[in-house]
Ligand binder design. Sequence first.
Ligand SMILES: [Zn+2]
Ligand SMILES: [Zn+2]
Length: 290
Amino acid sequence: MAPYSKSETPVGTIQEENVKGNNNQKVISESELTDTNTEKPGTRWGSGNKNAKQLSTLYSKEKRAQETIGLILCVILMVLDLYYLIINFDSSRTLHVFIAALLGICSADFASGVVHWAADTWGSVDIPVLGPGLLRPFREHHIDPTSICRHDFVETNGDNFSILVPFLGYSVYKFATYPPEAIAETYNFEMYIFLLASFVSMTNEFHKWSHTYFGLPKWIEFLQNMHIILPRKHHRQHHVSPHEVNYCITTGWLNPPLEAINFWRIAENCITRVTGSIPRSDDMKWSKVD
Ligand SMILES: [Zn+2]
Ligand SMILES: [Zn+2]
């Protein structure tokens, strides 16, 4: 595929998407397989893109430290929360617990859609703190979808784990201090929070797996094929410029109903009417090639 010479976004184009094996394997891209070159300067998509390189340099040591601390704290709290959920489980309420768990997963999927849509559509990388911290990875991902496959577990998942620390901390606090009757009353809600937190924490990993085409363990491919987690083909539709469909990236379950009711376009029209902001203007700016 020759690099695009136009500066405008080619609508309806699927970006070159790298595919890789396990962590210790060489990254192999679809473009390599099809005898093209993602490293060529000025290339439209991929790691050779000038803007993608600039965005990747904004990942700082301080950010890395915050992600590492958040991830460790979150895992400790998750283990404690799971322990309390197991010892307080009441088999007579299995159906309620199952429904609460399912709602937790759907809520995680919806939350992933809202955050992804908001970050893709509004704001700018130039905004202090929020720009480099939150929006940068979203811009980078559209220009260089393979970059997520080169990120390790901390860089991929650190933010999501960090966000969950106060919520899981509160759940553990309640289990540790509430009397048994109060725990029984709040148990379904805590199960909902635990599943919500578990799927939120793994959202970016599921997303990363949806960009990984070789070397995935069979059980992960099985979960993708069963659409229990985000399937590869399903997420590929989001990577068609201008990146305006299928924002939910945890399981992708809510994408069909949200697209059917035109949910994101309605939300965008409301925000544009109030603020005058143009959806995806910053994303389009980063996608341009000089
Ligand atoms: Zn996106
Ligand atoms: Zn993606």
